[in-house]
Design a protein around this ligand. Structure first.
Ligand code: NDP
Ligand code: MG
Length: 395
């Protein structure tokens, strides 16, 4: 029996994690559930799974949570500190990091310090502070199993292989909904267009990140830290069918791939099962589904966010943390209709130009870079909004 804490149980990965836990009650028990603000769903999940503790980040929803769960004997908490503390409890063996954005960093670090195993979905943790998280892991008994489908695929391909025989990691990308759009067409796409991903159903933030392809840049950074490999040996390739989840090339020329339907239940179950394969956890791939597979080079001009991986890793320090912070602001501003799709890159680029870079950062330096990155990106959003309204008011 493994005791599991789900950091972000009400989201896309969180709810699919609950599906897996509920399907194998003899193997898994959810002991801690946390959410941002969706108190109704959190209460519903607690009624079903009866965890020991439920924590909500939004303190204004605490009373509602407590009143619903106290009669069931479920402990409750609120706020970011309570979430981070919950990761260190004795009744937690593994933490599924299914929260979105920078909010994953501190609770994940706390879990690693407490020697908890990590099923890592929250890639932003490694994007923002990969160096620090890796050092923290080296000093801990905690083990990380990736949940991101590409990294789970690579992890599966690497099992039984030698690290010094790996020549390249080939990370597949669907290309998102705008794969075939021209640069001019990209300027006019709306958030509703961008939220219609062709292959995957995911939370709003990552769906927009997939459309700009910054998600793939983040996955290159994530792979760099997870698999301890230089960025110039990590190749993104556009594969519109999302059947091959990623590949590893070895130095004799052999290439191993992991294939499957686009369904996150499988990588989640693989991480929960500690690489033991749970039967029938995802839809089977029919042979006709992979009768035709395409692989094409990504276009860095139409999707400049993709180039941010190399820029961030080459500069090192807090640059990737700033990219992540600026992207969170720009992604939200685009969803709110405040800036254009192509402005997302502009906001990140102007944030990086203005940032003060910190070499060999400490946790405090990452926290400061995140705060500064957000503030500078928010300024850039305001400038773009002002420029757009000036243009529209010219008679
Ligand atoms: P969602 O937006 O669907 O869910 C996010 C979860 O985190 C929700 O439970 C949300 O609570 C909670 N949350 C949000 N903000 C905070 C906060 N400040 N403090 C605490 N909890 C918070 O995201 P996804 O499930 O799509 O993605 C989660 C992570 O997994 C991301 O890092 C993403 O990149 C990664 N990932 C996701 C994939 C997918 O298929 N969805 C695939 C691969 C990786 P509430 O509901 O109350 O807002
Ligand atoms: Mg992915």
């Amino acid at each position: 029996m493994k005791n599991i804490a789900i950091l972000g149980s009400t989201g896309s990965i969180g709810t699919q994690t609950i599906d897996i836990i509920a399907s194998a009650p003899e193997s898994f028990r959810a002991t801690v559930l946390t959410a941002g603000s969706n108190v109704d769903l959190l209460i519903q999940q607690c009624r079903k799974l009866r965890p020991a503790l439920a924590v909500i980040a939004d303190e204004s929803r605490y009373r509602e949570l407590h009143e619903a769960l106290a009669p069931l004997g479920i402990h409750t908490g609120a706020g970011a500190d309570a979430i981070a503390d919950a990761m260190t409890r004795d009744d937690v063996d593994q933490v599924v990091t299914a929260t979105v954005g920078y909010s994953g960093l501190i609770p994940t670090l706390r879990a690693i310090e407490a020697d908890k195993d990590i099923a890592l979905a929250n890639k932003e943790t490694l994007v923002a502070a990969g160096q620090l998280v890796t050092e923290c892991l080296d000093a801990s008994r905690s083990r990380v199993i990736p949940v991101d489908s590409e990294h789970s695929a690579i992890y599966q391909c690497l099992r039984g292989e030698r690290h010094d025989e790996v020549s390249r990691l080939i990370i597949t990308a669907s290309g998102g909904p705008f794969r075939n759009f021209t640069a001019a067409q990209l300027r006019d796409v709306t958030a509703a267009d961008a939220l219609r991903h062709p292959n995957w159903v995911m939370g709003a933030k990552i769906t927009i990140d997939s459309a700009t392809m910054i998600n793939k840049a983040f996955e290159i950074i994530e792979a760099r830290w997870l698999f301890n490999i230089d960025a110039d040996r990590i190749m993104p390739v556009v594969h519109p069918q999302s059947i091959v989840h990623s590949m590893v090339e070895f130095h004799d020329g052999a290439v191993k791939a992991q294939l499957g339907t686009p369904d996150m239940h499988l990588p989640i179950a693989y991480a929960l099962g500690d690489t033991t394969r749970l039967p029938d956890c995802s839809r089977r791939l029919s042979i006709t589904d992979f009768a035709h597979l395409d692989f094409v080079e990504p276009d860095y001009e139409r999707f400049p966010c993709l180039g941010l991986a190399r820029r961030a890793l080459d500069e090192g320090g807090t640059t990737a943390c700033a990219v992540n912070a600026a992207n969170e602001i720009a992604n939200l501003a685009f969803r709110q209709g405040r800036i254009a799709f192509t402005d997302i890159y502009t906001v990140i680029d102007s944030t990086l130009e203005a940032m003060t870079q910190t070499e060999c950062p400490s946790l405090d330096d990452y926290i400061a870079a995140n705060t500064e990155g957000r503030a500078r990106a928010a300024e850039a959003v305001k400038c773009l909004e002002a420029a757009a309204s000036y243009v529209t008011t010219i008679p």
